[in-house]
Design a protein around this ligand. Structure first.
Ligand code: PEP
Ligand code: MN
Length: 263
C-alpha cells in the first residue's frame, strides 16, 4: 500500500492548515522534551514568528539510561496542546505504548513513533487503528525495506496518513551522533508515495553541520526537515548539546529559506 506502484501521486498530509508532501517543504521544530510551560511558550513564540506551523516536544522520552529524565508523560502532552493552541500551531509528540495511542490522539495532531519503536509491531498496529497522522522514524539499524514494511503495518490498518523520517543510522563513524543516510531520501521517494522528512538533529548531533545537511536533504527531494530548538539548551533535560537556541534557530531558518531549496 505504501508503494509508488500502488499509488503514483504523492500522499499529502494536512494538519492545521499545513500540507506535508506533494512539493512543499515543511519545517518541524521544537524542544527535545517538554519541560515546562515557559520553555514551550518561548519556543512557540519564536516558531510562530518564523512562520513554522508544527511544534514538536517529547512527553514520553525513550532514554538510553533509566536514570535520565523520562519526560512529563501525559502532563507533557497537555502542556504541548495548551501552548500549541495558544499560538495556533500543530503539535507532534512521541508515543511509546499502544495503550496511549488513543489518548494521545486527543492531544496531538501528529503521533511520532520513535526510532527505537520502529518495529514495535503492536504500537504500529495501534497507530494504524486511529486516524491521527503518524510520523514514523527510521530504526537505528533498519534497512529501507524494513522501514517501508513498518509503515505498511500502519497503513494496512486503515491509517493512510503516514510520514517517513530519516534520522540517521548506526555505523562505525563517531564524528556524528549517527550517520545521516541521504541516499534514503531519493530511494524512499521513488519507492513510496509517502512524505519523506529528514531529522538533522538526531542524525548529526552536531549543530555546526545541520544547515548543510538540511540543504542536502531538500536537494535530494525531502519534503521537510525536523530540528530541535530550546530556549536554553545548556539547561535542557535531554539532548542539551544538540538543540539550537532561539538565535541559532533563526539563523538556521533564515539561511535555509535563503538557499532557495525550501519551497
Ligand atoms: C526524538 O525525535 O525525540 C527522538 C527520540 O528521536 P529518535 O527516535 O530518532 O531517536
Ligand atoms: Mn532529542
Amino acid at each position: 500500500l505504501v508503494s509508488r506502484q500502488t499509488q503514483e501521486a504523492d500522499t499529502i498530509i494536512r494538519v492545521h492548515g499545513a500540507a506535508i508532501g506533494g512539493g512543499t517543504s515543511t519545517l518541524v521544530a521544537g524542544p527535545c522534551a517538554v519541560e515546562s510551560y515557559e520553555q514551550l511558550r518561548e519556543t512557540a513564540a519564536a516558531l510562530k514568528e518564523a512562520g513554522v506551523r508544527i511544534m514538536r516536544g517529547g512527553a514520553f522520552k525513550p532514554r538510553t539510561s533509566p536514570y535520565d529524565f523520562q519526560g512529563l508523560g501525559l502532563e507533557g502532552l497537555k502542556l504541548l496542546r495548551e501552548v500549541a493552541d495558544e499560538f495556533g500551531l500543530a503539535a507532534i509528540s512521541e508515543i511509546v505504548t499502544p495503550h496511549d495511542i488513543e489518548t494521545a490522539a486527543r492531544y496531538v495532531d501528529i503521533i511520532q513513533i520513535g526510532a527505537r519503536n520502529m518495529q514495535n509491531f503492536e504500537l504500529l498496529k495501534a497507530a494504524g487503528d486511529v486516524r491521527t497522522p503518524v510520523l514514523l522514524k527510521r530504526g537505528l539499524a533498519a534497512t529501507l525495506e524494513e522501514f517501508l514494511l513498518a509503515a505498511e503495518y500502519i497503513v494496512s490498518r486503515g491509517n493512510t496518513q503516514v510520514m517517513l523520517i530519516e534520522r540517521g543510522i548506526r555505523t562505525y563513524e563517531k564524528w556524528t551522533r549517527n550517520t545521516l543516510d541521504i541516499s534514503a531520501v531519493p530511494i524512499l521517494k521513488q519507492e513510496s508515495h509517502l512524505p519523506v522528512l529528514v531529522d538533522v538533529t538526531h542524525s548529526t548531533g552536531r549543530k555546526d553541520i545541520m544547515l548543510p545537511c538540511a540543504k542536502a536533504a531538500l536537494a535530494a527531494g525531502a519534503d521537510g526537515i525536523m530540528v530541535e530548538v530550546h530556549p536554553n539548551p545548556q539547561a535542557a533535560l535531554s539532548d542539551a548539546g544538540q538543540q539550537f537556541d532561539i538565535p541559532e534557530f533563526r539563523r538556521f531558518h533564515e539561511r535555509l529559506l535563503a538557499s532557495g531549496l525550501f519551497r
